[in-house]
Design a protein around this ligand. Sequence first.
Ligand code: GLA
Ligand code: GLA
Length: 686
Amino acid sequence: MTTERPTWPRSPTGIAYGGDYNPEQWPEPVWDEDVARMREARVNLVTVGVFAWARLQPGPGSWDFAWLDRALDLLHANGIAVDLATGTASPPPWLSLLHPGSLPVDARGVRLGIGSRQHVCPSSPDLALATTALVERLAARYAGHPALVMWHVGNEYGDHVSACYCDTSAAHFRVWLQTRYGSLDALNEAWTTTVWSGRIGAWDEVMPPRVAPGPISPAIRLDFRRFSSDALLACFERERAILARVTPDIPVTTNFMRPNPGIDHWRWAAREDLVSCDLYPDPLDPLADVEVAFAHDLMRSLGRGRPWMVMEQAMGAVDWRAVNMPQDPAVVRRRNLAAVGRGADALLFFQWRAARGGPEMLHSAMLPPGGTDSRGWRQTVALGADLARLAEVAGSRCVPAQACLLVDWEAWWALEQEGHPTDALRYRDLALWAYRPLLELGVPVDVRHPEDDLSAYRLVVAPNLYLMSDAAAAGLTRHARAGGTVVVGPFSGIVDAQHRLPGGHHPGQLRDLLGITIEEFWPIPTGTVGVGAAAGEMRPRARVEAHGSVWRDAIDLRTASAVRWFTDGPLAGRPAVTRHRLGSGEAWYVGTVLDGDALTTLVGEVATAAGVDRQAGRPAGVDVMVRERADTRFVFLVNRTRERVVVPLEGATGVDLLTGERVTDAVTLGPDDVAVVRSPGDRSHA
Ligand code: GLA
Ligand code: GLA
């Protein structure tokens, strides 16, 4: 019998606010100051014990929970709820030394040492026993504790170590392959082992892709990444199962990263009660706002529209890049409020109190080393006050999007392998490249897996489908025939789910959808080539209006027509972008990495043709997000520019929850400013 799992902690009510709290790093008198300050900043949820295993289990068979009891009691007495971590992201030194096989081995065969964190082989049976013992004890001890409202399993799975190449992992890999392929013949077929004399005659001959003299088959690498994601997922699942059994009313999460390429978030999110992630945009990155907005939409989508959490982020600077700039507090504020606009109901930070030593002592915190007489602390208090004003937004849902972006970790893994026309085509870059125009055009976006049901979306944008299953290709083609609009980015439809060419011209499985064939790829090694938009379809040397970089396809039109052409270089006069009408819909192909403005113009044309709402009247650089509940509507207006802007409200009047002021007709926003306008609901979405 399956019971319905809770999808959100029972408390706090309103928007949750807080961070990682590591009381084990401080003498207990400091805890009293901590909770007093937390109350001052309106912190209502803290994550406790992420790296506390060595304090909880100082040696084999010896346990010490007394300090954690006192910490949880103190937090509860002060009205602060606890997201209790299982602490398994960093086994104590004694454990790793007692079981050296629990340490991960890299592709060169080097066993990694202790002294950091995530020094873990996901397939280690000793580690499985040790984590089970710890999590069973934690679950049993705190099941009834009133402070406990959610569980935080592990930490950033796949961050430092996303795969282990040891013999135990190799054995698990073989079992995983036996389940996937059933027979050695099927495995040899899938891996095309006839190439380079790689035929596998017995299961024991299967090895992880350790360092080899030359290239290793991409099919082997791909399966090893799939296996490694699943091996980590099994670790999560082992803990989750215990927690779900002992505390059926407490939701379980683990924190994703920005996203992280190491683990297939779709498979993971399906096992979580709620989705959470860590977000650390680089202040020096001109695309930081795009990355943040994309991550917000991705996390909401991974949770299938349910509220989600920012589990960790920095108030100021991080300490792990080559250059670590502090963030502008106004930007931190507007991004956090935008996260709420995109469906987050919890905003947590790393970490509550700055550490006094160790590898992260120069990382920013909610309570800086200088204490309350600091800009950082004032920022912490101010954000808490803002979020308190938004309490009533919690639990409402984002209005349905009409556009979606397809993201698939398997395509990501397959794209970034050796042996391609260029290694400069990167999945994350393409995802942001395709997402940015939708953000700039004011088109709300969900993120979907290529095999998902897409029928709710007028516009489907696939940044890259280098690898795609037959089911995904059929689904996309069906969607277009039924009236949908599909836009596909470069180097798509190349291999099937087994990483084999489907046969015939590229783009194998997408030929019917796109109405084109591609015989050769002509990457753009440096610089750009001109791209023109001629009025007529047959004008070869169109005026240069845009630029393409990195990628270029030699496209032959079959049943599609061209809408942009290369204007110089070896493919001058050949199509760069195509449009194909099929059934009652259409499919566009973009055969180069068009510059951002040109892609925005193109996606604007496509979105208009697809009948997608564009939030007309919205000034450029202002994001509009709408959440609703019953008869109430919350419109988030976020000014990403350094200008003062006037945003028309199109007749809607309401109250700006952040200022308490009544607004009619229009809202004026200063640089980086935000308004959250509450008004009676719009029945069109009811
Ligand atoms: C050399 C090798 C071949 C093949 C080609 C590819 O010629 O001998 O086996 O790998 O390179 O360019
Ligand atoms: C992530 C980790 C934290 C900390 C921060 C530093 O959020 O989960 O433990 O290392 O990064 O930015």
